[in-house]
Design a protein around this ligand. Structure first.
Ligand SMILES: CCCCCCCC/C=C\C/C=C/C(=O)SCCNC(=O)CCNC(=O)[C@H](O)C(C)(C)COP(=O)(O)OP(=O)(O)OC[C@H]1O[C@@H](n2cnc3c(N)ncnc32)[C@H](O)[C@@H]1OP(=O)(O)O
Ligand SMILES: Cc1cc2nc3c(=O)[nH]c(=O)nc-3n(C[C@H](O)[C@H](O)[C@H](O)COP(=O)(O)OP(=O)(O)OC[C@H]3O[C@@H](n4cnc5c(N)ncnc54)[C@H](O)[C@@H]3O)c2cc1C
Length: 649
């Protein structure tokens, strides 16, 4: 590439491994990288020349996103992109760190329909939904309750006379509130409501509900609907509210795969699957982990590390060039653990996708044994990785100094999208507690001699009481340390005498310790499987840093019971710092390996070519506030102050 900043060019010449090989590893093979790049070229042809998001109003952002949605759907059709990964690659460049107004249609509406609908219902609605002749969302949360699903108030009361359900919002707090795309875009929703039949409440069930006229898009009579107003972010999506006033739908529109209401109102439950109506949340939580790495951690550290290679600041030695800020140990300490976390979350995300599809497949065959473990793991990891991603992005912003605070850095857009995931799909503390609930039960089972498998097998294993960490820092010894911590926390958290609430801070820590252990062991297994020696060395260093940083940050958890000795902790600190120097040499290449296009990252600081300053200046000049030279607001508000004689007011 011509015109690359000389510092960045030097970084790229000095690396010790093949970036291409690492990219192939991250993608899951060379053939996947090739295919991804092909799809991305198609996407860039269509989407690279858009208006600058930073200079648009919220309404313009929504309209532009709808326009891009229509074009993205057309591209997928034209180019025959049907596989989920291919659609995702195209979508990612069409909507960099944004959401499409129809995001929930693909992410939650379709999966709920196909998993909870009967064959007949799927046959009726899926073809229409796949052709976007109906666009749906997932309406569960209400103004008064999001977390406590059993507290939802919207009712669906069966009327055997007309064979219809009557949907009703009995209180203000029962208004559906938050569903993505509900405000203006969707004409259908899967509404989660309390099922009443023959005078009895059977709890939350899913209903297919038409909201708007097919002809005019006007809300149907009995429905009051709209956008909930501006949010922290997600400007491109119309999160909405809906109020039902005795709105009738046919009996056939309750999604009846797992439970039915017969014509006479008899309720029949045809599954032993626990919490069957909660299924789609497990899906999204499992997928989110990968998404947080690719949409959050990886682009954020790409920006901060490239910029730190280009930025020079402060005189170290008289009359010599100011150093690249990436050479400061403190800067490395800010950024390299984040880089290591990006890799850790990415590998864990890939693993979680695999596990989800395995368990989902088993559930379709009627085997539900692994669902509780998947629910616990996906809840815990969703919470841990989304909060990790949020604070890491903020740390990357701080690492970029003043320019980090400019929208040109790309951080605001990335941050507001990622931090939302700490709340949606289950608020993080609540999700950690769900994970802990399962761990405590499992620990108690293991204490009674039950042999365990999967992510919790360590609870029935023998754990070492002294760390085997030496100056070699083998990955096995690091995994072992996290296993020990997780085990110890489960033991503390499961005091049967203590009430749940009084113990809940410790329980959240127990869940985090479990998830950390899981992430470190996934990372270790990925490193072990790498064939190329040079790549293995660098990802091995990242794995060590991920583990050692967490041990150092949470030192008390490891030394309190004497598991790690003082001498070992000194070694940990020494090794952590020496890893910073090792990683320094490859830092730029390690972010290049994510293989992101500038159009996706959306940051002047993180440009591949490193030409930050010239582009920053051009970008600032293009700000609408700089056109015209003298603003009308001057005449109105400033002239009377600055130049009272000339003012016409
Ligand atoms: C695909 C990529 C994604 C990109 C997305 C980007 C853009 C999209 C942006 C936003 C989309 C957002 C959508 C939403 O937010 S939809 C709404 C999501 N809402 C929630 O997540 C609500 C959170 N609350 C709950 O999940 C539950 O209420 C609860 C689990 C906190 C508590 O439920 P409750 O009924 O009170 O259950 P109990 O505590 O009594 O537990 C009973 C029992 O059931 C087990 N269990 C709970 N949940 C599940 C589940 N999902 N699956 C399986 N099992 C579950 C629980 O563990 C208990 O088991 P037991 O101990 O053995 O009894
Ligand atoms: C961007 C965005 C998109 C969304 N999209 C959708 C959507 O498409 N469809 C949909 O249905 N919903 C959607 N939601 C709603 C979302 O799922 C809920 O907001 C979320 O589940 C949290 O619930 P809540 O708002 O009731 O939080 P609350 O439960 O009120 O949380 C507030 C505080 O109370 C604490 N708390 C609550 N219960 C407990 C407990 N049992 N133990 C300890 N602490 C507790 C929490 O930890 C938190 O600190 C979206 C939300 C956002 C922000």
């Amino acid at each position: 590439m011509a015109n690359v900043n000389p510092d960045l060019r030097k970084e790229r010449e000095n690396g010790t491994f093949s970036v291409e090989k690492l990219t192939n590893l991250l993608d899951g093979g060379k053939h996947v990288t090739d295919r991804r790049r092909h799809v991305e070229r198609l996407a860039l042809n269509e989407f690279s020349k858009g208006e600058d998001y930073n200079f648009m109003s919220r309404k313009e952002r929504y309209i532009s996103a709808l326009h891009k949605t229509e074009r993205a759907l057309r591209c997928c059709k034209e180019y025959g992109l049907t596989k989920p990964d291919e659609v995702y690659w195209l979508w990612q460049l069409a909507f960099p760190h944004e959401a499409s107004p129809i995001q929930l249609h693909g992410d939650m509406f379709l999966p709920t329909l196909t998993r909870q609908g009967t064959e007949e219902q799927v046959n009726k609605y899926l073809p229409l939904a796949e052709k976007y002749q109906i666009i749906g969302t997932y309406a569960q949360t209400e103004m008064g309750h999001g977390t406590f699903i059993r507290g939802l108030e919207t009712t669906a009361t069966y009327d055997p006379q007309t064979e219809e359900f009557i949907l009703h919002s009995p209180t203000l707090t029962s208004l559906k509130w938050w569903p993505g795309g509900l405000g203006k875009t969707s004409n259908y929703a899967i509404v989660m409501a309390l099922l009443y039949t023959n005078g009895k409440n059977y709890g939350m069930h899913p209903f297919m509900v038409q909201l708007r006229s097919h002809e005019t898009h006007e809300p149907l009579p009995g429905i009051t609907i709209g956008d909930i107003g501006p949010k922290f972010g997600f400007d491109t999506i119309d999160n909405g509210f809906v109020q039902f006033d005795h709105f009738r739908i046919p009996r056939e529109d309750m999604l009846m795969k797992y439970s039915q209401v017969l014509k006479d109102g008899t309720y029949v439950k045809s599954t032993k699957l626990k919490k069957s109506s909660y299924g789609v949340m497990v899906l999204v939580r499992s997928m989110l982990i990968y998404y947080l790495a690719i949409q959050g951690l990886a682009p954020a550290c790409t920006i901060a590390i490239r910029y730190s290679a280009v930025r020079r600041q402060s005189e170290q030695t008289k009359s010599q060039l100011e150093p690249q800020i990436l050479d400061y140990q403190t800067q490395q300490y800010k950024l390299f653990p984040i880089l290591a976390s990006a890799y850790a979350v990415l590998f864990t995300g890939v693993k979680m996708k695999e596990i989800y599809y395995e368990v989902d497949n088993e559930i379709q065959q009627g085997h539900t044994e692994r669902l509780p473990e998947l629910h616990a793991l996906s809840s815990g990891l969703k919470a841990l990785t989304s909060s990790m991603a949020s604070w890491c992005i903020e740390r990357c912003r701080l690492a970029c100094g003043g320019h980090g605070y400019s929208a040109a850095s790309g951080f605001p857009k990335i941050y507001v999208a990622v931090t939302a995931a700490c709340t949606y799909e289950g608020e993080n503390t609540v999700m950690l507690l769900q994970c802990a609930r399962y761990l405590i039960k499992t620990y108690q089972g293991a204490s009674n001699g039950k042999k365990l498998s999967g992510s919790v097998s360590y609870l029935s294993d023998k754990v070492n009481s002294r760390s085997t960490i030496t100056s070699e820092f083998s990955l096995k010894s690091l995994v072992d340390a996290f296993k020990h911590r997780a085990f110890r926390f489960q033991a503390c958290g499961s005091d049967p005498e203590d009430s749940w609430n009084r113990n809940s801070v410790v329980l959240t820590k127990a869940a985090e310790a479990h998830c950390y252990y899981y992430m470190v062991s996934v990372f270790e297994s990925v490193v072990e499987a790498v064939e190329d020696d040079a790549v293995k060395r660098v990802v091995g260093q990242l794995c060590q840093l991920f583990a050692l940083f967490a041990i150092h940050e949470n030192a008390g958890d490891f030394v309190q019971d004497g598991f790690i000795s003082n001498d070992q902790m000194e070694l940990v600190k020494w090794k952590e710092l020496s890893l910073l120097s090792d990683i320094r040499r490859n830092a730029v290449l390690l972010v290049d390996a994510f293989d992101f296009h500038d159009e996706f990252i959306g940051s002047i600081l993180g440009r591949f070519d490193g030409n930050v300053y010239a582009n920053l200046f051009e970008w600032a000049k293009s700000s609408p506030l700089n056109k015209p030279e003298v603003q009308e607001s001057y005449i109105k508000y400033l002239q009377p102050l600055l130049n009272p004689n000339k003012s016409k007011l």
